[in-house]
Write a protein that binds this ligand. Sequence first.
Ligand SMILES: Cc1ncc(COP(=O)(O)O)c(C=O)c1O
Length: 466
Amino acid sequence: MSLTNQPDPEARARVVAQDLQNVMHPIVQHRALEKSQLVVTGAQGSTIVDADGSTYLDAMAGLWCVNIGYGRTELAQIAAEQMEQVAYYPHTAMNLPAARLAEQINALMGGGYHTYFVNSGSEANEAGFKVARQYAKHEFPGQFRFKTIARYYAYHGTTLATLAAGGMGERKMKFEPFAGEFIHVPAPTCYRCPLGLEYPSCKVACAKAIETTILGEGPQTVAEVIVEPIMSGVGVAVPPDEYLPMVEAICRKYDVLLHVDEVINGFGRTGKMFGHQHYGISPDIMAVAKGIVSAYLPIAATVVKDSVFNSFLGEVAEARQVMQVNTYGGHPAAAAVAVRNIEIMLEEKLADRSATMGAHLIEGLRERLFRHAITGDVRGKGLLIGIELVTDRESRTQLDGALVQGVVDFCKANGVIVGRSGGGARHSNTIVLSPPLIITRSECDTLIEVLDKALAATVARMAGQG
Ligand SMILES: Cc1ncc(COP(=O)(O)O)c(C=O)c1O
């Protein structure tokens, strides 16, 4: 099957049969896949191509990750050249691309950080939990700092520990019980404040809840607080400007490490290189994945402030070294591709582009979509955007799940892939957008147009049902 948009129905039918008989897919129901599938055989810019010849504007950049867009063939050459030179050697030794990549990340952070390489966002957070615990063992002998404070409705990954840290009940319940070291606090989901308050009279009570929790648990038991600066999966929750500085101050007060999850926010998604840079905070641990390599190959990282890194230095006999290892960490080919990916982002100023194109998109969406009574909120930063759907703006009652899915399906039928938040009954009514950062103005306008029609069709459907 070629990488063009020449329809090839026979090859497509073969792949579908082969897949349905042999593959177990993540998170989607196979019965649904029997009826409708995407078989992606080509991709360029912000567009993906199905083997049946259909093209789609991919307003999700895959899974929030193809930041520089599809079809950058120079990255294939870089991977091939690196694999010809040295395809692999474990990262207990050094290799050129991984050293360069760590140097790039350090520069993007303004210096003072070391990078530990892993293979996915989940693993990057998991390694972060372990760094926090090991650091606490070194620095606070006699204390027992092992707990992570996290937020309800957060998503930090799919492994058991990252799921436990996450706060999405329906993603967790089939795997429970978890060990009890992840403690949850209310999230800054302001449109649906979990504390029933309103900004600014709330005085950011959700940040203060972190202090109450640290005190309640006992500071000598708490290793870290984990936050995704702008929560993505729950439907894009942009916190009040004071929130993260308040969280940082609380962490400092109790010697608790601040761990930021930049798996989606990072690498230009929110209009700055990293999401936390909007808020002037300085994380101790940072997890990155997705945009680090725009998903051209799997690589991710746990980035650690030097004050934490220094705790891992000592004589060999002291056994202070990082007590973790993974086979593929610092993979030379993936690192080489990530290095070039970051260079492309800097050369093409994609973080700035994300800020300006995101502002254009949000403005256009607000102008067009608020004409429909079911548009509750349009929010975001850069090209990370959520459109929350409600039965009416007054009550803010969540739009029925089938209707929200109807919007996603309408967009697909009209050539646009959009996402939907995952947050159980309370938070799964938001359409989410996270397109490649190279999306054009006219593609943004297509996106607005199709969403406008999708909401109009939904309102008509509701009137028909009523
Ligand atoms: C905020 C956040 N953290 C971590 C992860 C886990 O990353 P991965 O799927 O690469 O393990 C995700 C995945 O979407 C995410 O959205």
